[in-house]
Design a protein around this ligand. Structure first.
Ligand code: ADP
Ligand code: ZN
Ligand code: ZN
Length: 748
């Protein structure tokens, strides 16, 4: 392939073995015969101990410190990633304390990498090389080459085929779909020189054809200046702040247009849940076949083809979920991350990277990054405040629709007035009206209620940890309250410590009752439920939405899911049944999440001509997130949160890592967690704090028992390296797994 490589007789290879200790690349000799084919990114078969394993070439070098090198056995394919991808994988592995081979895997084609698997047979264990599971698909294209050809009268099918081809070439698949089995007719026509058949690559599609024709708007002044700023500062990270409907997507489209015109490529990340055909359709409407799509609901064959479209340069833009950040876009110049604050941008398994932070790292090599959101994370806010990132704002809805009226109901006061129902007087009357006027409502029910907390139904008091300020979780075992950040625990009080009311109740359970109560009180009201239980299986989510869309009048009752991206102009009422569940998540980000959720939910009301109303029911009407939404001033939330996080040392004013230790044997889990904590304490720098080990808020998941350790360090501290060293020094008992999570977004 490259003559100048022949003197680089050594290849550095990352072996694809999932253990923490085999992380450095190994040196192998490049046999003379393979010198032309061994290139960076190639999968190769290499000896490792007594067996052969798959590895990836990451460098060609001239010398090695090792004298007797084993040779590469064979080359298994053409390059799958570039050298710069390797450097990024290395950074990810270091930053997030993940195995290098796992980080490299992010860059490999879906289902398109070879593996070696272990086979247990009668003679013991053997190893077998498995080729990529997915292959390129082919199709045959039929072209009419003799337009004057007249099939015999008897052959109707041949006649139909020829007629179909007069408009232009058609694939055999399309002809079959239209006319039934055509292969005999095609053979006959080909033999007589009427048509030609040519094989070509069939790109398995990803749906999302344009649902609406593309409309190119005259940009508002704010959009105009956002587009100009993005063009003027390549390599910057922008935070584009604007509510739903403020025209952010239009800004993305313009920025992409510009990049395409200059011959570059772009990546657009959207939370998986918002990656609907409508979303994809908007990009397809503007950029047509230049758009590839990648998300987990596609089949592996479809993902492989979409990936390959980019690798081959057939498509220049990818719209996808988190992992599309690593798609092989040629000459990548722009990364857009919509809904920057979404927790789904953090991967839940190794390597536990955060797409936003990896994108920020990529900007250092000149790629422009645009983070869009209506409710920036505190991390993004802080980066803008400190001048590391650039802030852009779209202050108004371009559609002209006003913001809905926000009504906050104090449920403690309702309770005091004798209303024991889940529906406040205000929400009850609003639902009466929905029924009377035959309109539509969305009711939002937070059901992340596995962790229950104590709540005073008269004054709204919830016990919190004295040192972490997070809500304490109620544990039936021993009737105690426990802090899941630091392990603090105390007996559960009998009366409210603030107002002495005896109505101190567990909160967070029994939400199924909402549906029952709704049906009992408003029998004439159609109810569509949408939550994890009712939307399992492929398309379940869409089915629920279609059912709601088909209604003339009714209620969509749902969990988190209904907060995202729904756009129904006919919805005039949004009700939040229990805002408190999010307020009291055992996580220091609870207030931020509450604000984001309420803001997002209120974006669902009044998107059409009719003005909308949002009713928020809560025992804590003074919550900064509630006040921020009510008075349309995000700074109420941000100012309070900043002060609190600075005082208690939570991110972004510190850096966190969470080490989750889990396994079936409680004793072994405890022992491993304790020695990891000791190891971390011994090696910690000044200013670092090790919290725990404490039980996880989700102490038991399936049959496993979980404990965790929190490491708190100054911003920018090298937590990845510290974790790697500490974990390397501890060998947990069999059956115990250790999961390091740097910059966690979820501490449950
Ligand atoms: P966001 O992404 O912030 O929710 P969109 O870009 O989707 O906002 O814009 C909301 C709606 O307004 C879309 O239907 C879009 O086509 C339209 N729109 C966007 N920009 C303009 C504009 N400058 N003038 C008129 N309509 C616009
Ligand atoms: Zn009270
Ligand atoms: Zn605590």
């Amino acid at each position: 392939m490259n003559d100048s490589n022949s003197w680089l007789r050594i290849a550095r290879v990352v072996v694809d073995v999932r253990t923490r200790t085999l992380d450095e690349p190994f040196d192998y000799a490049v046999p003379e015969t393979l010198s032309d084919t061994v290139a960076v990114g190639c999968p190769v078969l290499v000896p490792l101990g007594p067996r052969n394993v798959v590895g990836y070439v990451v460098q060609r070098v001239a010398t090695s410190t090792i004298t007797r090198l084993k040779p590469i056995q064979s080359v298994l394919g053409t390059p799958l990633f570039t050298e710069s991808a390797y450097h990024l994988a290395r950074w990810i592995a270091d930053e997030y304390a993940a195995p290098l081979s796992e980080a490299l895997r992010l860059f490999l084609p879906p289902g398109g990498a070879p593996r070696v698997t272990r086979q247990e047979g009668p003679e013991g264990v053997s190893w077998k090389l498995v080729s990529p599971t997915v292959k390129a698909a082919e199709e045959r294209l039929v072209t009419l080459i003799d337009a004057t050809f007249e099939p015999s009268r008897a052959s109707h099918l041949q006649r139909s085929v020829v007629d179909a081809l007069r408009e232009g070439p058609v694939t055999v698949g399309e002809l079959t779909a239209e006319l039934g089995p055509v292969s005999a007719a095609l053979t006959a026509l080909e033999k007589r020189g009427a048509v030609s058949l040519v094989s070509r690559r069939r790109w398995r599609g990803a749906g999302g054809s344009p649902t609406r024709p593309d409309t190119s708007h005259t940009l508002s002044a704010a959009q105009e200046s956002a587009v100009a700023a993005i063009a003027a500062h390549p390599g910057s990270v922008f935070v584009l702040e604007g509510v739903t409907g403020s025209g952010k997507t239009e800004v993305y489209l313009r920025a992409i247009s510009r990049v395409l015109a200059e011959g570059g490529g772009a990546i657009v990340l959207v939370p998986e849940i918002s990656l609907t055909p409508q979303t994809v359709g908007r990009f397809r409407a503007r950029f047509g076949p230049a758009v590839a799509v990648l998300h987990s609901r596609l089949s592996v064959g479809e993902r492989f083809d979409q990936w390959d479209l980019l690798a081959k340069g057939e498509a220049q833009v990818v719209v996808g979920a988190r992992s599309a950040l690593f798609a092989p876009v040629k000459d990548l110049r722009l990364i857009i991350i919509d809904e920057e604050h979404e927790t789904s941008y953090k991967q839940g398994s190794a390597p536990r990277y955060h797409a936003r932070d990896v994108a920020a790292r990529m900007s250092e090599s000149g790629i422009t990054v645009v983070l869009g959101t209506a409710t920036p994370s505190l991390e993004a806010r802080d980066a803008v405040d400190s001048g590391r990132w650039r802030g852009l704002a779209l202050p108004d809805r371009v559609t002209g629709a006003g913001r809905p009226e926000i009504v906050v109901v104090d449920m403690g006061a309702e309770f005091g007035d004798g209303n024991r129902s889940m529906f406040s007087t205000a929400l009850g009357e609003a639902l009466d009206e929905i029924l009377a006027r035959k309109s539509k409502a969305v009711l939002f029910l937070n059901r992340r209620g596995f962790a229950s907390f104590l709540l005073c139904r008269e004054c709204g008091f919830v016990p919190r940890c004295p040192s972490c300020s997070v809500s304490l979780t109620y544990h039936e075992r021993g009737d105690r309250l426990v802090c899941h950040h630091c392990g603090h625990n105390e007996p559960s009080p009998i009366a409210c410590p603030r107002c002495s009311s005896p109505y101190l109740r567990r909160f967070g359970a029994g939400t199924q009752r909402v549906e029952d109560e709704l049906r009992a009180r408003w029998p004439g009201l159609a109810v569509v439920r949408m939550d994890a239980d009712t939307t399992t299986g492929k398309g379940g989510h869409d089915r629920a939405l279609t059912a709601f869309e088909a209604l003339d009048s009714g209620v969509l009752l749902g969990t988190q899911m209904v907060a995202k991206g729904l756009d129904y102009p006919e919805v005039t009422l949004v009700g939040v049944i229990n805002a408190d569940t999010t307020m009291h998540l055992p996580d220091f980000r609870a207030a931020e999440r509450t604000y984001q959720l309420l803001e997002q939910v209120s974006g669902r009301a009044g998107r059409g001509a009719e003005p909308g109303t949002v009713i928020i029911q809560t025992y804590w009407p003074d919550h900064p997130g509630v006040r921020a939404v009510e008075s349309r001033d995000a700074n109420i939330l941000y100012d309070e949160e900043r002060a609190l996080r600075k005082e208690l040392g939570w991110p972004p004013y510190s850096r966190l890592a969470n080490v989750v230790v889990s396994g079936e044997e409680e004793k072994n889990v405890r022992a491993a967690a304790a020695s990891i904590a000791d190891q971390l304490t011994a090696s910690a720098d000044d200013g670092w704090r090790i919290l725990g080990p404490a039980d996880s808020a989700l102490a038991r998941v399936k049959r496993a028992y979980r404990r965790h350790i929190l490491v708190k360090a100054p911003p920018g501290a090298p937590l990845g390296a510290a974790l790697r060293d500490a974990l390397a020094a501890v060998t947990p008992a069999k059956g115990v797994s250790v999961a390091p999570d740097v910059d966690p977004v979820d501490l449950l």
